[in-house]
Design a protein around this ligand. Sequence first.
Ligand code: 3HC
Length: 278
Amino acid sequence: MKVGVIGAGTMGSGIAQTFAQTDGYEVVLCDISERLAEGGKAKIAKGLNKKVAKGKMAQEAADAILGKITTGLMDKCADCDLIVEAAYEDLGVKHEMFKELDVICKPETIFASNTSSLSITEIGAGVNRPVIGMHFFNPAPVMKLIEVIAGLNTPDETVEKIKEISVSIGKTPVQVKEAAGFVVNRILIPMINEAVGIYADGVADVEGIDTAMKLGANHPMGPLALGDLVGLDICLAIMNVLYTETGDSKYRPHPLLRKMVRGGKLGQKTGEGFYKYN
Ligand code: 3HC
């Protein structure tokens, strides 16, 4: 099966790697420029090289995975069987991309979006085929869950097909109804937002908050480190969707979260968030 992954950022490259390392899949990793698409593949190569250096993967296996990933613009997706869109988290951007892909792709290509909180029905509006949510978690090659979200116009057979594909790449699908933030982000992102508030209130320092949640709640990483991993801009975008969709003040993004995003401190991807990165 040939999979077109749209968006070569953190999630897109992780999703591309996940498919490419499974037998029976090849990937076209796309972005708005050849350079960005190649950058995504370079990120994958870097991660695989680390595994080779640790002795956890043979060089040949890493080369074989990379050999299954081609890069380019969206027009390379004409013969893809599945599209997983992982572009910028903006309804207008996703909408336009699917409309364009509708013209580029063969009629039977399945359209899936990795949106983290937006309405699948709205993303699919005006597109001449159904769109489904296929929501991966960061880091995509490691995290086992895929939230499968049917929009109002997504047929059951598409839902079943995406569940089947999820299992084939070693993931566990959980079907969820369309709702802001679905299941995981509705719980996880307000927790990160709350941790930002705890820090802003001076209750504990960054390391203290993260250590407390690692040791006190057995989380694999603390909420502020997790915010840096996910991207503080993504956290803010999800809080904004939760807030505007529900109107509930409990989802109000913390002003410090807004300030960090305005200041370009987005986490790992910009080299600084609540922590500094090389
Ligand atoms: N890409 C690929 N593989 C990665 C990776 C990455 N970015 N980061 C870590 N890994 C791999 C490592 O190579 C290693 O594999 P190995 O066992 O074969 O060597 C394995 O994961 C474990 O990594 P480490 O030993 O370096 O570190 P940890 O054991 O501390 O695990 C972690 C790192 C998997 C990130 C773990 O801390 C974790 O599970 N954290 C929580 C992540 C989480 O909650 N994600 C969900 C975020 S919400 C989301 O994504 C939704 C979105 O819509 C916002």
